[in-house]
Ligand binder design. Structure first.
Ligand code: SAM
Length: 356
């Protein structure tokens, strides 16, 4: 594609209220240096205009690695008998939250496998304590639950919920999640919306047999669902999962997907994911330069952090808690941007048109 055709394509994707799969797939297929530079620079301008230069921080506490699900890509899958399972107790969780709140972080993400051992009244109590003791937003990421469970958690004060669709292609989804269903995943996302959570979702790039058209449709899915947050990370094969030995997701394709997601969704909060930082080098910087505006420092205490091994080579697993702050400050300074220490609520509530 010549450069003027490519610029036209990007302008069309940006302006289109209903972007086309073929346009997005074409943009995902580019490989020329000049085209990539243009795509990333365009996405960076969109990010600046709609989200500003602040980089938001979400401190993550991975409080249980028990899981009853069988996702073919994930190291926490229930068939993995090698992994040592843990569930943090209330005080351990609250200590971690206190620690991150003292670092001035205004969002905690409480994440776990799909763990039925996580009792809803127990979790409600933790949420209430966090909300009464700290000025902090609570994001939950504990998988699929009933409407009533989500409702109870929302009533206890949880603000946001992260549930990745992983792939918006129903056949691919159903093929790589044993005894799970795409329809149920969608239903959970509907529940969360209905309960007025700020809703995050996202996908994995480079899943076996995933095509560019499928990734293009994921981006359309993100737009149609008006998601408040979108996490996009490369697939990293885990030896003790069904996808052991498969090829890992490509960095550049992940960056292209982030850039196009920014151009299409404009206001969504998009993290430079930990998975992007866990490849041959840390590509989170590149993520922040092509549309991302969020970083997620890890506050899971040691030695548990090593055990939350959703994929191998996960970054920072050997670091003491709190180290992330230095590394993030360096990253942000090198970009001439700044850390935004606000809660970073959804930007979708009062949007206005801005020109790029
Ligand atoms: N159980 C919750 C759920 O299903 O939403 C949250 C925990 S789950 C481990 C968090 C995310 O890890 C998943 O949504 C998935 O995108 C990501 N993940 C798991 N295994 C991965 C892998 N091998 N490569 C990249 N991402 C992976």
């Amino acid at each position: 594609m010549n450069m003027s055709d490519f610029k036209e394509l990007l302008a069309r994707i940006y302006e289109d209220k209903t972007p086309k799969t073929a346009d997005l797939a074409k943009a995902l297929a580019i490989s020329g240096k000049e085209e990539l530079h243009d795509l990333f620079a365009f996405a960076d301008r969109v990010r600046r205009n709609f989200c500003g230069d602040g980089i938001l921080l979400r401190g993550i506490v991975e409080f249980s690695n028990f899981c009853t699900k069988q996702c073919f890509y994930c190291g926490l899958n229930k068939a993995n008998l090698k992994i040592k399972r843990y569930r943090m107790d209330k005080d351990e969780i609250l200590d971690s939250v206190k620690f991150l709140a003292e670092k001035n972080i205004k969002t905690v993400v409480l994440q776990s496998g799909d763990d039925p051992g996580v009792d809803i009244s127990w979790l409600k109590d933790i949420i209430r304590k966090i909300k009464s003791e700290f000025d902090i937003a609570v994001t939950l990421s504990i998988g699929e639950r009933s409407f009533e469970d989500y409702q109870a958690l929302r009533e206890a004060g949880a603000d946001r919920y992260l549930l990745k669709i992983e792939t918006s292609n129903e056949s691919l989804y159903d093929a790589i999640h044993e005894n799970m269903s795409f329809k149920r995943r969608l239903r959970c996302l509907d529940y969360l919306r209905k309960l007025k959570f700020q809703v995050g979702s996202g996908n994995i790039i480079g899943l076996p047999s995933q095509t560019l058209e499928m990734i293009a449709q994921d981006i359309i899915f993100f737009k149609e669902r008006e998601l408040d947050m979108i996490g996009i990370g490369p697939f990293i094969p885990h030896n003790d999962s069904r996808f052991s030995g498969q090829k890992k997701g490509e960095v550049v394709l992940t960056l292209k997907a982030i850039a196009l997601t920014r151009i299409v969704t404009k206001y969504a909060h998009i993290p430079a994911t930990t998975a992007l930082g866990s490849l041959d080098k840390d590509y989170r910087l590149e993520g922040l330069e092509c549309g991302a505006n969020v970083l997620m420092p890890n506050f899971t205490p040691q030695p548990l952090r090593k055990l939350y091994e959703i994929y191998p080579g996960k970054r920072c697993v050997d670091e003491p808690v709190g180290e992330c702050n230095f590394c993030m400050a360096n990253m942000v300074n090198s970009l001439n941007r700044f850390i935004d220490y606000s809660r970073g609520d959804s930007l979708l509530t009062d949007k206005e048109e801005k020109n790029v």
